[in-house]
Ligand binder design. Structure first.
Ligand SMILES: Cc1ncc(COP(=O)(O)O)c(C=O)c1O
Length: 472
């Protein structure tokens, strides 16, 4: 046991040093494809190896291939960061190694999950009629919601499937060009088919047009098709635009269509009283997803799906093998509410994070991210040659430098090659936009200023000697 303690101490010291200065590493890994593969043996070791040997390879071989999401100047995708205390909860959950599939296979795992998703629901101002369940990702949550939406149609698909049936209407799912791709993937997996994923027009703020949604529903119904789900987004991936959920909810009610709200990224901002309106309309949604691993300082992965009709969700997925029948009544067996049987004890890290930061700490961090994004947008807006190209209500700013896509791509490539700042891009109205996303609890104004400094320097260089995309 002394050896085990030594190993834990060694790892704990490494983690402590890492968290003290993740900015000491290049934010974007400098690995080339195949670097790690070539450095590792092609076969598993015949004999066990010491912790020292393994840990030393972790440091020398694995770490260089890590892109540091903890780096304070990680501004790509949805920048995320976990509060370190929640990482201890991950280690404890792994130590306990429980499978929280049934209430009896760890009553505390089930009940803690019920408690924390209840705390979160209250903080988000969500309706008490919505019941939370923890999954790994918003993609799984979205798939689960769409499966329930399909079951809600009463077409007996659970029993009879869809193949070879001529009594089934064509099922339709409604999104926009800005909806995250997991909804379309769910439509593929559930037999709806990509062709039946309807892309509703957006307005100039990239939000779904309620009138266009209503026209699409009306037209589809008149053609004998069956709307299965409208997926509205609060905080789209590219720009953080939000679809008008209250109006969409009204339309969904009128056309008896399931409303799923994807608030994976922006949902957490609703714990701020000044952003509580973001989840307006969700009191009429059938399902809502929020990802604490995106913007509530919980280590990936942890997504919470709130569903109104839990018995329906249970009917969608429950299959209880003889060896899983248990005598307890009035308990929730979470294996009945999704695809997977085995479940990690994810609620533990959400509980640690919420308790350690407190509501005040979480709000403070979210406000700081939003403020930093607004500061950055103001710098861009007032600099000649630069433009902010989308509304930026939260912690993401989309912008461009004068010139074509190649110029902007070259600027981003140059900044990312610095190893000091990591940015991503998207396309808006067919044009490349640079995207700066703030979500790391270590990011300060000096970090954002450094990104701006590198961007302007890269723009000046690119303007002097334009580099075609792919040439550097
Ligand atoms: C709006 C939105 N929804 C869903 C997802 C998918 O999240 P996950 O990685 O948890 O599946 C993303 C990913 O960034 C997203 O931006």
């Amino acid at each position: 046991m002394a050896d085990l303690l030594d190993s834990f101490e060694r790892a704990a010291r490494w983690i402590d040093a890492y968290y003290r200065d993740p900015g000491a590493y290049p934010v974007l890994s400098r690995s080339q494809p195949g670097d790690l593969t070539r450095a590792l043996p092609t076969h598993a070791p015949e004999e066990g190896e010491s912790f020292e040997t393994i840990f030393s390879d972790f440091e020398s071989l694995v770490i260089p291939g890590i892109t540091h999401w903890n780096h304070p100047r990680f501004f790509a995708y949805f920048s995320i960061s976990a509060t370190p205390i929640a990482v201890i909860a991950e280690a404890l959950a792994a130590t306990l190694d429980v499978n929280a599939m049934l209430w009896r296979t760890s009553p505390a795992a089930t009940e803690l999950e019920e408690v924390v998703v209840g705390w979160l629901r209250e903080l988000l101002g969500l309706d008490a009629g919505l019941h939370g369940i923890v999954y790994d990702t918003a993609s799984t949550s979205g798939f689960t919601a769409l499966a329930a939406a399909r079951e809600s149609l009463g077409l007996d698909i659970r029993e009879r499937g869809i193949a070879g049936r001529d009594d089934l209407p064509t099922l339709r799912v409604y999104i926009t060009d800005h909806t995250h791709s997991h909804i379309e993937k769910a439509a593929i997996a559930l037999g709806v088919g990509r062709r039946n994923v309807v892309r509703v027009a957006v307005d100039e703020t990239y939000a779904m047009r309620a009138d266009a949604l209503e026209s699409a529903l009306r037209e589809d119904i008149s053609r004998g098709m069956r709307p299965m789900c409208v997926a509205a987004t609060v905080g789209t991936t590219s720009t953080t635009s939000s679809d008008p959920v209250p109006q969409i909810a009204e339309i969904c009610k009128r056309y008896a269509t399931w409303l799923h709200v994807d608030a994976a990224y922006a949902g957490p901002a609703a714990i701020l009283p000044e952003f509580a309106h973001l989840l307006d309309g969700c009191e009429r949604a059938d399902s809502v997803v929020v990802n604490p691993h995106k913007w509530l300082f919980v280590p990936i992965d942890l997504s919470v799906l709130y569903v109104r009709d839990m018995p329906l969700l249970r009917r969608t997925f429950s299959l209880v093998a003889d060896y899983l029948v248990t005598p307890e009544v009035g308990v929730r067996n979470y294996m009945d509410y999704g695809l997977q049987l085995g479940r990690r004890f994810r609620a533990l890290k959400l509980w640690f994070a919420m308790r350690h930061l407190g509501v005040r700490g979480m709000r403070m961090r979210l406000r700081s991210h939003i403020d930093l994004a607004q500061t950055f947008a103001a710098w861009v807006r007032t600099e000649p040659g630069w433009d902010v190209v989308a509304p930026h209500p939260l912690s993401v700013v989309c912008f461009r430098f004068a010139g074509d896509d190649d110029v902007n791509a070259a600027i981003v490539d140059a900044v990312n090659a610095s190893g000091d700042v990591f940015l991503s891009t998207t396309k808006l109205d067919g044009k490349l936009a640079i995207r700066l996303a703030i979500g790391n609890e270590r990011t300060t104004e000096a970090d954002v200023a450094r990104a701006w400094e590198l961007l302007r320097a890269a723009a000046a260089t690119t303007a002097r000697s334009p580099v075609p995309r792919g040439a550097n």
